[in-house]
Design a protein around this ligand. Structure first.
Ligand code: SF4
Length: 310
């Protein structure tokens, strides 16, 4: 059950780590100042930070919408064997994007009052409109991503019903390390009985880029612990690139996991240095969290309205 607390629970995630590295002031707004900002009697700064934290941008909105749609299609297929048509899914995606656009342009006051229930796009909130090139880019992605999902290795495996066992469907999972809760977001996990492998699938809606091995190692570490997998060779991590319609698989070795443990040990320790009371996860005051020196990062920041840097 949800419990109200003065300070948030401390938990570590890769996105928290990235935000911390990006700008510590942003990290403070995101993980501390906005806490309890959903309450009407919260201080104005908390309510503002909570509201601004909810802002998304076109690429993120698109990526999340595709992930949710795929998640639901697979879940539905596994329980009913029904596969919706490509045009139906494209329509669903368009509706999500259109609603977000309408919310951002015409329902700002509703969003301000209830930011959890409406969508605000960063581009519109801070610049008043969507850049044409971004809209064209998303338009192109929209047309190919769903098609490539249907033709993907993972979905083909699912419908060909190879000897598989599907692992619980939640996208958010947790593990504990040294008493710290670690959050992991995984798209889809299954066990290929024939090959004797665990396969973790990550859907990518952006362009191929140099992969973050920490993210992959975190997945493998979770799987090892949660399912008592003895050998890393039994774990395959697969990126499905929905833009190009290709996939890539990775395997990890123990050195990758050692490096990961070292990285998040260091990361957690550094974050804890910003706490006045680590027991309660009570942070030092906002001024203690330095602003980034790179103003370029501020352009995409949700909290720039609150920050004199900008
Ligand atoms: S506007 Fe810039 S300095 Fe301020 S919180 Fe955002 S990224 Fe940090």
């Amino acid at each position: 059950m949800f419990k109200e607390t003065i300070y948030p629970e401390f938990s570590w995630s890769l996105s928290r780590h990235k935000t911390f590295l990006d700008c510590q002031r942003k990290y403070a707004y995101d993980y501390y100042i906005g806490h309890n900002g959903w309450k009407n009697d919260a201080p104005t700064i908390s309510r503002d930070a909570y509201r601004l934290k909810k802002i998304t941008n076109l690429e993120m909105l698109f990526g999340n919408a595709v992930h949710d749609i795929i998640f639901n299609v697979i879940k539905q297929y596994l329980s009913t064997n029904h596969i919706p048509s490509e045009s139906e899914l494209i329509l669903r995606l368009r509706n999500i994007l259109n609603t977000a656009f309408q919310d951002s342009m015409h329902r700002k006051s509703l969003w301000i009052a209830r930011p959890k229930y409406y969508t605000m796009l960063h581009e519109i909130y801070y610049n008043g409109s969507l850049p044409v090139e971004k809209v064209n880019d998303i338009q192109e992605r929209l047309d190919v991503c769903i098609k490539h999902f249907f033709n993907s290795k993972t979905f083909t495996d699912i419908i060909n019903k190879r000897q598989m066992r599907f692992v619980e469907a939640e996208r958010f999972r947790y593990m504990k390390m040294n008493d710290v809760k670690i959050t992991i977001v995984m798209d889809f996990v299954y066990r290929d009985i024939q090959e004797g492998k665990w396969i973790i699938v990550d859907w990518k809606t952006g362009k191929e880029s140099f992969e973050d091995r920490h993210q992959l190692a975190l997945y493998a570490m979770y799987l090892q612990r949660a399912f008592n997998v003895k050998d890393l060779d039994e774990i395959e991590i697969r990126n499905e690139y929905l833009l190009s319609g290709t996939h890539k698989s990775y395997k990890l070795n123990p050195v990758d996991l050692d490096k990961l443990e070292e990285m998040f040990g260091l990361s957690i320790q550094t974050m804890l240095n910003y706490l006045e009371d680590p027991e309660q996860n009570k942070p030092f005051s906002l001024e203690y969290f330095p602003k980034t020196e790179y103003e370029k990062k501020c352009e995409r920041c949700n909290f720039k309205e609150l920050c004199e840097m900008y």
